[in-house]
Design a protein around this ligand. Structure first.
Ligand code: FUB
Length: 311
């Protein structure tokens, strides 16, 4: 009888904790997680890493052809809602470029806007990466890609903030981090792109994620000076800066993963950092996996450094 009770308790314990461990998505490689709360549920929009191969991307590099969305009501049990956007169904994307990099998704006026960076087939307009939008009525899609990318944007890692006054901003990176206002339609820039202030001048900065808390705008970003990226942040009293560097959110990866890319989310009165390491692919850091850890603010508004939890 005791043995049965022990087995039952162990089963319940492992079924509950298994899903809560990092990495929290294990059915595929995932990276660059943007987490949002829609209708009381957390939705995570990550990149989807796949192994490159002959005819599939550039061996030894990132290889991504589509995006899935995942959701959870408790940050423990995750549902994979399947593919929402795929490279060869976006009219302006260079076919088989396997470059569907870090996305974002935001809600406005009854629609969900999914922003994604990739390479266009018409290189007379933009060489390298640009940013497109797909629109849906639900957070899980179906998402309909716009016929053309956003005019005037060159770069990767889109992030959108809708400010308290309703003005939307698009941020992205192209070595430096840029920002611009978005029109009400969320599909066109409403101002010229500009850099955002006194960010570090040395080393690559990418993956901007901007949010507002108690009147302070936080620009958070991965920054590489040595071997791997550190998550850092800067603050401002205005969405387009000037931002001033404040500190480090997460130190360089203990697993040696070159990239880290993140978002911050408040859910049920607790803040979380969503980010990635390469736990499921320790020997190849372009096949990454998304993680979550709790995050907190000091009374002066500074972000307390997050230590990645072990698996
Ligand atoms: O996932 C591809 C690229 O790696 C992202 O766009 C960067 O932020 C880095 O995570």
């Amino acid at each position: 009888k005791h043995k049965l009770w022990y087995l039952l308790t162990a089963f319940v314990f492992f079924s509950i904790t298994a899903g809560a461990q990092n990495p929290f998505i294990t059915n595929q490689f995932t990276a660059d997680p943007t987490a949002r709360v829609f209708n009381g549920r957390v939705y995570v929009y990550p990149s989807h890493d796949i192994p490159c191969g002959p005819g599939r991307g550039r061996i030894g590099w990132f290889c991504m052809e589509d995006y899935h969305v995942f959701s959870s009501a408790n940050l423990t049990d995750w549902t994979d809602h399947g593919v929402i956007v795929t490279q060869n169904k976006v009219p302006w994307v260079k076919p088989d470029s396997y470059s569907m990099w870090a996305p974002d998704c935001i809600y406005r006026n009854g629609k969900y806007y999914f922003y994604f960076p990739t390479t266009p087939k018409d290189t007379t307009v933009i060489k390298g990466f640009t940013i497109g939008v797909a629109v849906a009525d639900k957070p899980t899609g179906p998402f309909v890609p716009q016929p053309l990318p956003i005019k005037g944007v060159r770069g990767i890692d889109p992030n959108v903030l809708i400010d308290k006054d309703g003005q939307a901003y698009l941020y992205w990176s192209q070595g430096e981090i840029y920002g611009a206002k978005l029109k009400e339609n969320m599909l066109e820039l409403a101002s010229e792109p500009k850099t955002l202030g006194e960010l570090p001048t040395k080393g690559l900065k990418e993956g901007p994620y901007v949010f507002e808390r108690k009147g302070t705008y936080y620009l958070t970003y991965p920054h590489v000076e040595n071997k791997t990226e550190r998550l850092e942040y800067a603050t401002s009293t205005s969405p387009l800066g000037p931002f001033k560097v404040q500190g480090v959110i997460m130190d360089e990866s203990p697993t040696g993963c070159w990239t880290n890319h993140h978002s911050l989310l408040e859910f049920k009165n607790q803040w979380y950092l969503f980010y990635h390491h390469n736990d499921l692919s320790p020997n190849f850091d372009k096949n990454r996996s998304v993680r979550i850890d709790s995050l907190s603010f000091a009374p002066d508004g500074s972000i307390r450094k997050v230590q990645p939890t072990l698996r």
